[in-house]
Design a protein around this ligand. Structure first.
Ligand code: F6P
Length: 338
C-alpha cells in the first residue's frame, strides 16, 4: 500500500512524533510506502510531496512544529465545498495521480471536517486529532494540549513572585480559540485566583468583588487567568480589557500578559510524544485493516477510533459541571460567575 501523511491548521507540539508513529509503523510493521505531503492540503493539490523512509523519520520525535509544514486550508475548503463539481474532480484526480491507498490528515476541528468531506468523495482517509486547544470532538484529549498546559502553568508560576513583590493584580491571557481547556488546566495547576472561560461567561462585579475580598483578607496580590475566547465588550484583547477594568474599579495596580504562540512552540512533552506515537500507530493499523473514514482517538484511557462523520463540525468544550470547575469553586477559586 502507498499512504500519504499531511498536517493542516495551526501547529502543535507532537505532530512530528505522530508523523513518525504513522510512518515507522506503516513502513516497518506493514511494509507500506509512505509519502509526506507538504504544507497541508495545498500540497495534495500541487503534488508537493516527499518520500518518507525509516531514516528520514529518525531524530524528529522531540522536535516541535511539523517537518511537513502546515497551512490553514481556506482555498482547499472553498474547492471542496464549491458548487462547481470540477473543483472536487481536481482534488480526486490529485489523490489518484499520487496513487494513494490512504491519506492520513493530522489536524484540529477544521481538518477533521475537511477530512470527512474527502471521505464523502470516496477517498480513503484517516483523521488524527491535533491541537493545543483540546477541543476536538470525539476524543478525550489531543496531543499538544499537555505541552501547552505545561508552558502556561510555568508562566503563571512565574507571575506569582513578581505579582507578590509589587502587590499587583496580574492578568494572563491564554490560547484555546473558543474553548477554555488550557486556561482551566493551567489556571488550576498554576494556582490562579480567578479563572475566566468562554464556556462560563463572567460577571464583572463578581471578578472585582473577589479581588477586593482577597486584598481585605491580607492577600497582597491576585492572579487572573483569562481565555482568549472570552468575549469582552470592547475591541481590546481580553487581557487588556480585564487589566484596565480591574485597575479602574479596584485602584490596585494591574498588569497584563498575553502568552501567545509560546504555548504552541518548541519540544513536545513526554505525554504528547507518547500520545502522538500511539495515535500514529493506530492510524497505520486502521489502514492495514482497510478501516477508512475514521478518526483515531483516546477514549476512556484507551486508543480507539470513531467515524469522522460523528466528529465533523462539532466542538468539545468545557462543561460548567466538569470536575475541575466544581473542585475549583469548592476551594474558593472564582470563575467569574455564581
Ligand atoms: O488552534 C490553535 C491556536 O493556537 C488557537 O489557540 C489560536 O486561537 C489560533 O490557533 C491562532 O491561529 P493562527 O496560527 O492562525 O494565528
Amino acid at each position: 500500500m502507498k499512504i500519504g501523511i499531511l498536517s493542516s491548521g495551526g501547529d502543535a507540539p507532537g505532530i512530528n512524533a505522530t508523523i513518525r508513529g504513522v510512518g515507522k509503523t506503516a513502513i516497518n510493521n506493514y511494509g507500506m510506502q509512505v509519502i509526506g505531503i507538504q504544507n497541508g492540503f495545498s500540497g495534495l493539490l500541487y503534488k508537493d510531496v516527499v518520500e518518507l523512509s525509516d531514516p528520514s523519520l529518525s531524530g524528529i520525535l522531540n522536535l516541535g512544529g511539523t517537518i511537513l509544514g502546515t497551512a490553514r486550508e481556506k482555498v482547499f475548503r472553498k474547492m471542496i465545498t464549491s458548487p462547481d463539481e470540477k473543483d472536487r474532480e481536481q482534488i480526486k484526480a490529485a489523490y489518484h495521480e499520487l496513487e494513494l491507498d490512504c491519506l492520513v490528515c493530522i489536524g484540529g476541528n477544521g481538518t477533521q471536517r475537511t477530512t470527512c468531506m474527502l471521505s464523502e468523495l470516496e477517498l480513503n482517509v484517516i483523521g488524527v486529532p491535533k491541537t493545543i486547544d483540546n477541543d476536538v470532538y470525539g476524543t478525550d484529549i489531543t496531543f499538544g494540549f499537555d505541552t501547552a498546559v505545561n508552558i502556561a502553568t510555568e508562566a503563571i508560576d512565574r507571575l506569582h513572585s513578581t505579582a507578590s513583590s509589587h502587590r499587583r493584580v496580574m492578568v494572563i491571557e491564554l490560547m484555546g480559540h473558543h474553548a477554555g481547556w488550557i486556561t482551566l488546566y493551567a489556571g488550576m495547576a498554576g494556582g490562579a485566583d480567578i479563572i475566566l472561560l468562554p464556556e462560563l461567561g463572567y460577571n464583572m462585579k463578581i471578578v472585582i468583588d473577589k479581588i477586593q475580598r482577597r486584598m481585605e483578607m491580607g492577600k497582597s496580590y491576585s492572579i487572573v487567568a483569562v481565555a482568549e475566547g472570552v468575549e469582552v465588550p470592547t475591541r481590546e484583547r481580553p487581557a487588556a480589557y480585564f487589566a484596565r477594568e480591574i485597575e479602574a474599579q479596584t485602584g490596585f495596580e494591574t498588569r497584563e500578559t498575553v502568552l501567545g504562540y509560546i504555548q504552541r512552540g518548541g519540544s513536545p512533552s513526554p505525554y504528547d510524544r507518547i500520545l502522538g506515537t500511539l495515535l500514529g500507530g493506530h492510524a497505520a493499523e486502521l489502514i492495514h485493516e482497510g478501516k477508512f473514514g475514521r478518526m483515531v482517538a483516546r477514549l476512556d484511557n484507551k486508543i480507539s477510533d470513531v467515524p469522522l462523520s460523528e466528529v465533523a463540525g462539532k466542538l468539545r468544550l468545557v462543561k460548567p459541571e466538569s470536575d475541575l470547575v466544581v473542585q475549583g469553586k469548592r476551594m474558593g477559586i472564582s470563575f467569574g460567575v455564581v
